[in-house]
Unconditional design. Structure first.
Lengths: 240, 225
């Protein structure tokens, strides 16, 4: 396929006119060829002002409550586990070959600290904070990591479930974005896996709903203390 | 470079806004304004940036506020593509759940929030439409589509952009530009368009290909005043 034909196919894909085998071909190219993706992006950018022409339509009032219910949060933990299992299944299906990681997630589910044995005298028991997990990915499904956070031990583990090697001149740096919206560095990824024990001030901010994100940085990490490169994957911490 | 990348993650309000007066003139945010009229500069679209930062940090009220302000526009985009209201509602729900998870990937240097959201709604709707016509599971189809990434389009949104696009479309054969609109906004494919216009498939393809090629030349011409 000539470069001109490729560009034409990218334009037709961005336009949305393709169907059947041509659509399949364009999808395959989009998944494997960054130049093809960039050409789609250019066309999508050229055409997107057309969306301003579309008339607004009020959605049914009940829709928001459905969205709100689907947000992961402090719901009953049983429901959360089911939801997580479903998501792990989906993620496993997409990621393929990430079985070991999926199994380690399942382990997180199984090894949740049991409720502390009731002390002989004090009737008040302090429940250990629940372990949490996050799936970090992008929407193109070519970056995938999984993070597990054990607040009781302040242990964070992050592992790549896809080939995420940065270029030779770059490193991947992990960030958390807590409630104040200010990214805090959790360090650069030494390889496909990272284990860290966080200090108390950092640990106290790493709570449910907080976003973990991976950015591309110079070797040695961001020189400014804030992300300087593009975010290539992100996900939210959820109760395991 | 620094400024652009620093804005890839939510930052305190005010940091990372692209320069220029027009970038925050978004898609028809204000439901009372007729869609065909360009919107006056408004703070509304700019206010969406801090909302996205809040969402990345897990703030549900920020998501609720974003929904309040953008759901009608986005539902309009979905319902235009999808014949089934149920599908349109599911896609809209999916858009907001994606935003909940992916708000950190929004890059204000690349697009206004409303463009980011509208493109996501449009792409997800097209995915659903194609999956329906193939009878496949939309989830499988969605996994194959690379272009709903927040980084998958590059546009600094300005009213001028739309004016320019409209003027370039107006220079095309009216039939060609009508087909380009129908494909992009209604999700109509080559075979559907050919049937609709009662022309051979090859004719429809060459109309649209010629139209796209001329459109690109026109858009790439340097602006002369």
């Amino acid at each position: 396929m000539s470069p001109d034909d490729r560009d034409q196919l990218a334009a037709e894909f961005a336009l949305g006119a393709l169907s059947g085998p041509e659509l399949a071909q364009a999808r395959a190219l989009a998944a494997s060829d960054p130049r093809f993706r960039a050409e789609i992006a250019r066309w999508s950018g050229r055409l997107s002002p057309l969306l301003e022409e579309v008339a607004s339509v009020e959605p049914p009032a009940a829709l928001w409550s459905g969205i709100e219910r689907s947000l992961t949060g402090p719901a009953a933990s049983g429901a959360n586990v089911i939801q997580l299992r479903r998501r792990v299944g989906l993620w496993r299906g997409i990621a393929g070959g990430a079985m070991a990681l999926a199994a380690s997630l399942a382990l997180v589910l199984v090894t949740r600290p049991p409720p502390a044995a009731p002390p002989a005298i004090a009737p008040v028991t302090v429940e250990a904070p629940a372990p949490m997990v996050a799936m970090l990915d992008d929407d193109a499904h070519d970056m995938k990591l999984v993070a597990s956070w054990n607040p009781a031990q302040r242990r964070l583990m992050v592992a790549a479930a896809s080939d995420i090697r940065p270029g030779p001149d770059h490193a991947h740096e992990l960030w958390m974005i807590p409630a104040d919206g200010k990214p805090r560095s959790l360090g650069t990824m030494p390889g496909p896996k990272m284990r860290a024990t966080l200090d108390l001030p950092m640990a106290s901010q790493l709570r449910e709903g907080v976003t973990l994100a991976l950015s591309v940085e110079p070797i040695g990490g961001s020189p400014t203390g804030l992300p300087t490169g593009p975010v290539v994957a992100s996900g939210k911490l959820e109760r395991a | 470079m620094q400024a652009r990348y620093a804005s890839a993650l939510p930052s305190p309000a005010g940091v990372g806004f692209p320069p220029g007066p027009g970038w925050f003139i978004g898609v028809g945010m204000d439901r009372t304004v007729p869609e065909s009229e360009p919107l006056a500069p408004t703070a509304a679209s700019r206010e969406l940036v801090p909302l996205l930062s809040g969402i990345a940090a897990g703030d549900r009220s920020a998501l609720a506020a974003l929904y309040e302000r953008t759901s009608a526009k986005l539902y309009g985009v979905c319902i235009r593509v999808l014949p089934s209201e149920d599908d349109a509602q599911e896609v809209l729900q999916d858009v907001f759940l994606t935003v909940w998870r992916k708000a950190a990937m929004y890059d204000p240097a690349k697009a206004s929030p409303i463009t980011w959201l509208a493109v996501m709604a449009r792409n997800k709707s097209i995915d659903r439409l194609r999956a329906r016509s193939l009878g496949t599971n939309p989830l499988d189809a969605a996994a194959n589509v690379a272009d709903d990434s927040p980084t998958a389009f590059e546009v600094i949104e300005q009213n001028e952009e739309r004016a320019r696009l409209t003027s370039c479309l107006d220079q095309l054969d009216p039939q060609h530009s009508a087909m380009i609109r129908a494909a992009f906004l209604d999700g109509a494919t080559y075979p559907e368009l050919a049937q609709r216009q009662a022309v051979p498939l090859g004719t429809m393809k060459s109309w649209i290909r010629r139209g796209l090629s001329r459109l690109r030349s026109c858009l790439e011409q340097p602006v002369t005043s």
